[in-house]
Design a protein. Structure first.
Ligand code: ADP
Ligand code: MG
Length: 242
């Protein structure tokens, strides 16, 4: 059974219909790359799955549970599905460890000792066990993004959504963040990532989704999508045809 099932999802901002009927089923352990031009609706799609945006039409099922647009359901969904953004949004006045502890304690009401143990485990998982007491401004961008990943993992999500998580990083820091994502994929984490890292998508992802004007325009395994794009829009996007 699919872990995330999206059916005829539509989303408007005023008169602007941004998602025009998205259908996508994601199986447990799948790693999905989402590619497409700026403005094609990639971020909005992830934000709907995470419950950060309400849905106008269609349905999203997460682990079999219907996502309903009321606060109780959205909050439950945000607990189940983690999301990481281009900007790391760490609290500057809190150490890395405290940053990872905070949402557990606030949102999940986890006790301090348990939250700290979880924070240490997740910081170790992203290779930053030794940075528990470091403050964000003492860390590189790549390290800060890895703390943000640890913070998401500490909530024990059933899936992780990544929206251009390496786009704000200096080129030399991209690899360390992608290495963490690659490790999570190998451990069986279900991942959906909006990315410009085509080589990474080719190596790591089970399927690539090409979004165009609010629709899933093409979807398939990376070797098909990258080597034999069917539509002229995807050919153009990849810089083939013209
Ligand atoms: P992408 O991530 O593919 O660049 P987005 O999902 O961010 O695309 O945006 C898709 C469209 O939705 C764009 O036209 C954008 O201007 C619009 N949009 C996104 N968020 C909002 C919002 N909060 N309010 C109004 N329009 C929005
Ligand atoms: Mg975006």
């Amino acid at each position: 059974m699919s872990l995330i099932a999206v059916t005829e999802l539509k989303k408007r901002f005023g008169a602007n219909e941004v998602l025009k009927g998205i259908n996508l089923d994601i199986m447990p352990g799948e790693v999905i790359a989402i590619i497409g031009k700026s403005g094609s609706g990639k971020s909005t799609f992830l934000r709907c799955i995470n419950g950060l945006e309400t849905v106008d039409e269609g349905s999203i099922l997460v682990a079999g549970a219907q996502l309903l647009p009321d606060e109780v359901h959205l909050k439950a969904l945000r607990l189940k599905v983690g999301m990481i953004f281009q900007q790391f949004n760490l609290f500057p006045h809190l150490s890395a460890g405290r940053n990872v502890m905070l949402s557990q304690m606030v949102v999940k009401k986890t006790g301090k000792a348990q939250a700290e143990a979880m924070a240490r485990r997740q910081l170790e998982r992203v290779g930053l066990a030794h940075k528990f007491d470091a403050y964000p401004d003492e860390l590189s961008g790549g390290q800060q993004q890895r703390v943000a990943i640890a913070r998401a993992l500490a909530m024990e999500p059933i899936a992780l959504l990544c929206d251009e998580i390496t786009s704000a990083l200096d080129p030399e820091l991209v690899a360390e963040v992608l290495a963490v994502v690659r490790e999570l994929a190998a451990e069986g984490m279900t991942l959906m990532m909006v990315t410009h890292e085509m080589k990474f998508a080719r190596d790591v992802c089970s399927r690539v989704v090409f979004m165009h004007e609010g629709r899933v325009h093409e979807v398939g395994p990376p070797e098909e999508v990258f080597s034999a794009p069917k539509t002229v829009e995807l050919q153009r996007f990849l810089g083939h045809g013209h």
